[in-house]
Design a protein around this ligand. Structure first.
Ligand code: SF4
Length: 232
């Protein structure tokens, strides 16, 4: 079953409330030359052509909680039983997070003050992760050149995704970010056949996070009170 899983990386907005020095998408952020073009419905229409139950959708930006229709997208993904990863700096993270047990939130601290991070942690579920700092040796230095290093949090060195799609908010679809294989746009996309590399760092990051989701939901099914704990 795993060999048929697909991984969708959606960069849903170029808006961000921060301007981190090391940001690999900085040239696009808050830049009037690169406005957001795709709506939640556009992403949903595209996903409806390719996504199946159990597939993985990672949502990023910019800062995805600033995308006005984030909840509409999350509702579609929950209804269609997708596993979701949300990478956020916590800008508009709130109680709504608890509505999506099918999701892992990766909350990155960046330069947010400790008091705010402590407040945001209250919204997290046990499967979620707080990244206080990005170690220099694993920090992505260039766009499209991710680094993956196995550690305690991400021990799995191979993934079983068959395909990856990277969709940006200008509507472009690429087969793999590293190859920049242009597959048209979400508005004219037609399904295509190809296979991804099992050691792709983009996909390994997502695979490890989803393993985390499966582990915590498995625990919660036996020990429901476990879901009230705080692992961070
Ligand atoms: S919060 Fe994320 S998207 Fe925003 S500037 Fe920092 S690294 Fe880039």
């Amino acid at each position: 079953m795993y060999n048929n899983m697909k991984y969708f990386l959606l960069s849903i907005t170029n808006t961000c409330n921060k301007s981190c020095d090391y940001c690999v998408v900085k040239p696009w952020l808050n830049n009037p030359e690169f406005p957001d073009k795709a709506t939640a419905q556009d992403f949903i229409s595209f996903l409806s052509k390719e996504m199946r139950v159990g597939d993985v959708v990672e949502i990023t930006g910019g800062e995805p909680t600033l995308f006005p229709e984030l909840i509409k997208l999350l509702e579609f993904l929950k209804k269609n039983e997708a596993k979701v990863i949300l990478r956020t700096n916590g800008a508009l993270l709130d109680k709504w997070r608890a509505d999506y047990e099918n999701m892992v939130v990766v909350l990155a601290k960046h330069n947010t003050d400790d008091h705010t991070i402590e407040r945001l942690k209250r919204y997290l579920l046990p499967q979620d992760l707080v990244i206080d700092d990005i170690p220099g040796d694993i920090m992505q230095k260039e766009q499209d050149k991710p680094i993956f290093k196995a550690d305690n949090i991400s021990p799995l060195k191979t993934h079983s995704f068959a395909k990856m799609f990277h969709v940006t908010n200008d509507g472009k679809v690429r087969a793999m970010s590293c190859s920049k294989w242009d597959m048209g746009t979400i508005w004219d996309y037609k399904p295509q056949n190809y296979l991804c590399c099992p050691k792709c760092p983009f996909m390994l990051g997502a695979w490890n996070l989803i393993a985390r989701l499966k582990y915590f939901l498995f625990c919660a099914s036996f020990f429901p009170m476990y879901m009230l704990g705080d692992i961070n």
